[in-house]
Write a protein that binds this ligand. Structure first.
Ligand code: ADP
Length: 654
């Protein structure tokens, strides 16, 4: 076994690899970019090496820097994780040339499977069923169009260098072929620098079922059963499971045999996945599955296989790469129970799954597994970390394991409702809606399921009055008894609270809501909402939904939905207070980031004056009224609590 390895990745997968390495007594080296200087994987590793600026092209994709870091730290091998350099055969050559071990397959195996068309030709020769279609070299449009006609519509145009669903177009009618082809080519050219395509039969009621394979350097190859990844949006996996629902012994036998055959055909060593597309239009039939592609790395969804087989795939990767034989024979690998993995993302499901960024001000995962099930949370972030635009916005993978599918699915729903994220838009509610979808629950999944039910799956009901009341309460100190003093609080002191009836302004989407929170002599609170909401009397804080306060906002958790309300910035309060004395003061220590006005300027109410960065958030400070600026803080100034940021000339109108 290795003494020390370097992990050429970040986020949850880097953390995941470090955990197993530690278990095996292997020391670890992390690499990081500027943005990741304080990331969890850096903290977890025994050592860490800075490899460059935040963009991946200048850091995580810099094979030369990674090899240099490995040599400099005395590590013997490199684990690539997934993505980044994991399927780059030139990188593997670089690693080997430096006398290091790549924890993964050979460069030759990766090359053999790197291009979809060549891989399909190879698999055809090896006797593995491939999707009917054209995967030849010639690319003339007339030829491709006639091949499409031969195959029969609908067809799927795919970039041969494709990945992540890019450069893929479904075409239903010959008239649309040439336009779809140009679209696919454009996208493929931009994403992969290669615009060559293949044309496939579009499989009816397609299910994506893949087989985990593992090979060693002694010619052994085994499978670890299948995963179903049919729950997809825009060809990207959302919830994966193992085993596949409704799998028949005959189809499993045929698929796993084909997968092992595929691995052996390229002398595969390490963890790999053979992806198949299955025609489920008449149930699962042993002769209706076809090879799509092979992923020559560890997959994002590998944990579902681990929990149903009890195998630590990363451990196997390290053992095999260090020269050991496969730890188990085929006969020793068995399936137990059912597992799901849900990918928690910072994204806006309702806006076409638009990736989101943000600061994870509040991040809470279930602290115990749901009853009767096991749970694993794979994450690379903690509360206070940022989801930056530089990397994949995945926050965590929630993995559950139960004795059967129903138990596991119940556990997944439960885990999702106990997951709380505030500070960024997340897909928790969408995942929970999918986990509760009747077809999904029945195991009647195909790759079109999410698309067909998209509206229902992404609709978020308006917050109830109870939720709004909880938000109003949380926006005062009363909602967070025992919470650390929060400088953004609008309440001057908890001790005096019972004397006050506070008016709280909240904003949810486009709506402004006014609430009145008052304390009663018995210590309980009453929240009254202005019309059109009903007055709500809240008597017991303990029955209120969970809420998280973060700068300028409150998020209330109701089931798997996090309702976020903007709470008028206390800076606005400072504005009001300051307006009387002709000045605006910093409500807390911060950095003046940008100044947009100068002394002597006449400004109008609402005009942005400067940006204050405080508590890792940027806050725009606007003029509270029309007036003339007498003095304004300098850009780059570090200000403390109460520092005057802007002073208005005497003639400013209050
Ligand atoms: P990528 O490498 O870009 O992810 P894949 O070849 O793995 O592309 O296909 C991605 C997804 O597209 C599959 O999981 C499946 O949902 C769908 N798909 C691929 N090929 C077909 C096909 N021939 N018919 C129907 N759906 C397909």
């Amino acid at each position: 076994m290795f003494g020390k390895i370097l992990i050429a990745n970040r986020g949850e997968i880097a953390c995941r690899v470090i955990r197993t390495a530690r278990k095996l007594g292997v020391r670890t080296v992390a690499v990081y970019s500027d943005a990741d200087a304080r990331a969890l994987h850096v903290e977890m590793a025994d050592e860490a090496v800075h490899i460059g600026p935040s963009p991946i092209g200048e850091s995580y994709l810099r094979g030369d820097k990674i090899v240099a870091a490995t040599l400099a730290t005395g590590a013997e091998a490199i684990h690539p994780g997934y993505g980044f350099l994991s399927e780059n055969p030139d990188f593997v050559d670089q690693v080997t040339a430096a006398g290091l071990v790549f924890i993964g397959p050979s460069a030759a195996s990766i090359r053999a499977m790197g291009l979809k068309d060549a891989a399909k030709r190879l698999m055809e020769t090896a006797g593995v069923p491939v999707v009917p279609g054209y995967h030849g070299e010639a690319q003339e449009i007339v030829l491709l169009a006639s091949k499409a006609r031969e195959i029969g519509y609908p067809v799927l145009i795919k970039a041969r260098a494709g990945g992540g669903g890019k450069g893929m177009r479904r075409v239903d009618h010959p008239d649309d072929f040439s336009e779809a082809l140009s679209g696919a080519r454009r996208e493929a050219k931009a994403a992969f620098g290669d615009d060559r395509v293949l044309v496939e039969k579009y499989v009816d009621k397609p299910r994506h079922i893949e087989v985990q394979v593992f090979g060693d350097n002694f010619g052994n190859a085994v499978h670890l059963f299948e995963r179903d990844c049919s729950a997809q949006r825009r060809h990207q996996k959302v919830i994966e499971e193992a085993p596949a629902p409704g799998m028949t012994p005959a189809l499993r036998k045929a698929m796993t045999e084909a997968a092992v055959k595929a691995a052996k055909a390229i002398n595969y060593s390490g963890a790999g996945t053979i992806e198949f597309i299955v025609d489920a239009s008449e149930g699962l039939k042993a002769d209706r599955f076809w090879f799509m592609e092979m992923n020559t790395r560890l997959q994002v969804e590998h944990p579902v296989t681990e929990v149903v087989t009890g195998v630590d795939l990363v451990e196997w990767q390290l053992r095999v790469a260090s020269g050991e034989k496969l730890p188990k024979t085929q006969g020793e690998i068995a399936l137990s129970g059912h597992a799901f993995e849900a990918r928690l993302y910072a994204e806006d499901a309702a806006k076409g799954f638009l990736p989101a960024t943000g600061m994870l001000h509040h991040l809470k995962f279930p602290d115990a597994p749901p009853e009767g099930a096991a749970m694993r949370i794979e994450t690379g972030v903690r509360a206070g970390d940022a989801i930056s635009p530089f990397y994949d916005p995945m926050i965590a993978k929630l993995v559950v394991h139960g004795k059967d599918r129903t138990t596991a699915l119940g556990a997944l729903r439960d885990a999702l409702t106990r997951t709380e994220v505030a500070g960024s838009t997340v897909n928790t509610a969408f995942l929970a809606a999918l986990a509760a979808d009747a077809d999904f629950a029945a195991g009647d999944v195909d790759t079109g399921l999410i698309g067909r039910h998209q509206e229902a799956l992404t609709a978020i009901p308006a917050p109830s009055d109870e939720t709004i009341a909880a938000a109003a309460l949380a926006a005062t100190d009363a909602g967070a008894p025992g919470a650390a003093a929060d400088p953004w609080s609008t309440l001057s002191g908890y001790a005096h609270f019972h004397l006050l009836a506070r008016r709280i302004r909240l904003r949810h989407g486009e709506e402004n809501i006014l609430a009145r929170v008052s304390a009663r002599p018995d210590g309980r609170f009453q929240v009254a909402l202005e019309a059109p909401h009903d007055a709500v009397n809240t008597h017991d804080l303990r029955t209120m939904p969970h809420a998280a306060r973060w700068p300028g906002h409150v998020t209330v958790f109701e089931g798997a939905v996090g309702y976020t309300f903007a709470v008028p910035d206390p800076l606005a309060k400072a504005d009001e207070a300051g307006a009387a004395s002709g000045s605006l003061r910093a409500p807390m220590p911060g950095l003046v980031k940008l100044v947009r006005a100068a002394a002597g300027d006449a400004v109008i109410k609402g005009q942005p004056l400067l940006i204050l960065e405080a508590m890792k958030m940027e806050h725009m400070i606007a003029a509270p009224h029309d007036g003339v600026i007498a003095e304004i803080a300098a850009e780059g100034a570090q200000v403390s609590d109460g520092t005057v940021l802007v002073r208005f000339a005497e003639d400013g109108q209050g």
